[in-house]
Design a protein around this ligand. Structure first.
Ligand code: AHR
Length: 490
C-alpha cells in the first residue's frame, strides 16, 4: 500500500488555467479538415468550424489556443489570409508536406474559432521572414479601435470591433526553423520587433519571447540577459521522442522497453522546467517573466501510409500516461509555468482529437485533459506520494505521479497516475480536514497500447470508479496498471 498525503494548510501558487492550453498549426490536417471544413462542407459546421470538434473542445475547457505555428509562423504573412476568400493567395506550405495552402483560414477565422471554443487567442508573429512593419500592423489590425489604415482594412473585411488579443509570440524556434539565429541576434531582434507590438486602448499585449529547445540552457541565459526586461514570458519546447529523431519509434505496436523509455523521457520535463526557471530567476529575481511550454507532447514516426509531412500519429494509453505525468509536473511548478500548449490539438502529434472525413474520436490524451480540468485556476496544494522505482535497466521511473489542488469552493482535486504497464497499486489517500468529505473518483485505464479507432471509438473512455473504501478518514483504492484517476473530495 502506498500513501498519498495532501496538506491543505500548505498552499502553493494558483494553477494558471492556461497550463491546459493547446496549439494548432497549418500542418497536415490540424486546421484544414480537423478544425475547419469551410461553410459549404457537408460536415456539420458553424461558420466553417466543425461542430463535433468544437463541442468536444468546449467540454475540456480549452483556455487558450496558439496559432498559426510552429515553423509555419515564421513563413506566414498574415495579409495573405484576410479579405474575400476567392482572392486569397494559393501557395505552397513548404514546411509541411508541400501541399497547397489556400489561406481560407486566416485571422478572422482563427478569432471565430476561439470565440466558438470559448478560449483566448495566442497569436504567433513572424520574425524569421517577416518585417517589423508587418508584425506591428497585424497587432494594429487585430486590436485598434480608432482611425488607422489597419483598423479600416479590418472593417472593410467585415469586422467592426477590434478583437481582444492578450498573447503574442515574437517568433518561433528562431534557433531553428525560425531563422537559425544565435541567441544574441534573436534577443536583439526581440527587443526591436516587440517595441512595435503596441497596446491599443485597453488591450494589453503579453509579449512572448522565443525560448530554448529542450536543454539549451545557454539560449535561456543569453535571451534573458539581453531581452529579459522587454519580455513577459519565455517559451520552452520539448518533445518526447522514444528513440531518436531519425527513427522515433511508432505510436502503435511498441514493446515494454519503448513504453518505459517514453515515460522516462517525458519525466525529463521536471528537470527542464526547474533548470530553465532557475536561470530565468537569476536574471529576473522577482519572477516577472513567466515560462510558457508552448510545444510539448509525444512525437513518433507517422502512421504508415500517411504523408510524412503531416505528422499524423495514433494515441494510446502510453500517451495518456505522458500527459498525466507532464501536467502534474506543470501543476507543481505553478509559480513559474504560466502556460503550456500541447502539440497539437487535432490530427497532429499528441492530438486530443482525431478525425477522418466526418468521423471524430477522442484520444486517451483527451480524457486526461478532461480528468484534470478541475485544476484550472485552482490553488496548488502540497502533496506527496510514496513511490517505487519500476521500468527497465535503461529507463527507470517512479511508479506513481500526483498533484493536488483546491478550488474556490474548497473542493480538493487529486490527480494520480499509476505508470506501471503491468502492476496495479493499492493506494491510501489522506487529506487533512477532509476526513468526512464526499468522495468521487473518475478513472481512465487500459493496456499500455489501448487506443480508440474510428471503428471502435470508445475502447478507452472515462468511467466512474466506486470500488474504494473509507478507513480512519482516508480513502483506499487500487489503481489498475496504466491508469489515471481524478479523486475529488468535496
Ligand atoms: O509541432 C511541430 C513543429 O515542431 C513546430 O512547427 C515547430 O515549432 C516544432 O519544431
Amino acid at each position: 500500500m502506498a500513501n498519498l498525503i495532501v496538506n491543505p494548510n500548505k498552499r502553493g501558487a494558483k494553477i494558471n488555467r492556461n497550463i491546459y492550453g493547446h496549439f494548432s498549426e497549418h500542418l497536415g490536417r490540424c486546421i484544414y479538415n480537423g478544425l475547419f471544413v469551410g461553410e459549404n462542407s457537408s460536415i456539420p459546421n458553424v461558420n466553417g468550424m466543425r461542430t463535433d470538434v468544437v463541442e468536444a473542445l468546449k467540454n475540456i475547457r480549452v483556455p487558450v489556443l496558439r496559432w498559426p505555428g510552429g515553423c509555419f509562423a515564421d513563413e506566414y504573412h498574415w495579409k495573405d489570409g484576410i479579405g474575400p476568400k476567392e482572392t486569397r493567395k494559393r501557395m505552397v506550405n513548404t514546411h509541411w508536406g508541400g501541399v497547397v495552402e489556400d489561406n481560407s483560414f486566416g485571422t478572422h477565422e482563427f478569432m471565430e474559432l476561439c470565440r466558438q471554443i470559448g478560449c483566448e487567442p495566442y497569436v504567433n508573429g513572424n520574425v524569421g521572414s517577416g518585417t517589423v512593419q508587418e508584425m506591428s500592423e497585424w497587432v494594429e489590425y487585430m486590436t485598434f479601435d480608432g482611425v488607422s489604415p489597419m483598423a479600416e482594412l479590418r472593417r472593410k473585411n467585415g469586422r467592426e470591433e477590434p478583437w481582444k488579443l492578450t498573447y503574442f509570440g515574437v517568433g518561433n524556434e528562431n534557433w531553428g526553423c525560425g531563422g537559425n539565429m544565435r541567441p544574441e541576434y534573436y534577443a536583439d531582434l526581440f527587443r526591436r520587433y516587440s517595441t512595435y507590438v503596441r497596446n491599443y486602448g485597453d488591450n494589453k499585449v503579453f509579449k512572448i519571447a522565443c525560448g530554448p529547445n529542450a536543454g539549451d540552457y545557454s539560449w535561456t541565459d543569453k535571451v534573458m540577459e539581453i531581452a529579459g526586461n522587454y519580455a513577459n514570458a519565455l517559451t520552452l519546447h520539448y518533445y518526447t521522442v522514444p528513440d531518436d529523431w531519425k527513427d522515433k519509434g511508432f505510436a502503435l505496436g511498441f514493446d515494454r522497453a519503448a513504453y518505459y523509455r517514453t515515460l522516462n523521457k517525458a519525466l525529463k520535463m521536471e528537470d527542464l522546467v526547474s533548470n530553465h526557471l532557475a536561470i530565468m530567476r537569476r536574471h529576473d529575481p522577482e519572477g516577472k517573466v513567466g515560462l510558457i511550454v508552448d510545444e510539448w507532447g509525444t512525437w513518433y514516426n507517422v502512421e504508415p501510409g500517411t504523408n510524412p509531412g503531416f505528422l499524423y500519429q495514433q494515441n494510446t494509453m502510453r500517451d495518456a500516461m505522458v500527459a498525466a505525468a507532464t501536467l502534474n509536473i506543470f501543476n507543481h511548478h505553478a509559480d513559474g509555468v504560466i502556460m503550456a500548449n500541447i502539440a497539437q490539438m487535432v490530427n497532429v502529434l499528441q492530438a486530443v482529437v482525431l478525425t477522418e472525413g466526418e468521423k471524430m474520436l477522442l484520444t486517451p490524451t483527451y480524457h486526461v485533459f478532461d480528468l484534470y480540468k478541475g485544476h484550472q485556476d485552482a490553488t496548488l496544494l502540497d502533496s506527496y506520494v510514496e513511490t517505487t522505482e519500476i521500468g527497465t535497466e535503461e529507463a527507470q521511473i517512479p511508479n506513481l505521479t500526483q498533484s493536488a489542488s483546491v478550488d474556490e469552493n474548497g473542493h480538493v482535486l487529486i490527480t494520480v497516475a499509476n505508470l506501471s504497464a503491468d502492476d496495479s497499486q493499492p493506494l491510501s489517500v489522506w487529506v487533512r480536514g477532509k476526513e468526512q468529505a464526499e468522495v468521487s473518483i473518475r478513472m481512465l485505464s487500459g493496456a499500455m497500447d489501448a487506443h480508440n479507432t474510428f471503428e471502435e471509438p470508445e475502447t478507452v473512455k472515462l468511467c466512474d470508479f466506486t470500488d474504494y473504501t473509507r478507513k480512519d478518514g482516508g480513502v483506499q483504492l487500487t489503481l489498475p496498471a496504466c491508469s489515471v484517476a481524478a479523486i475529488t473530495l468535496a
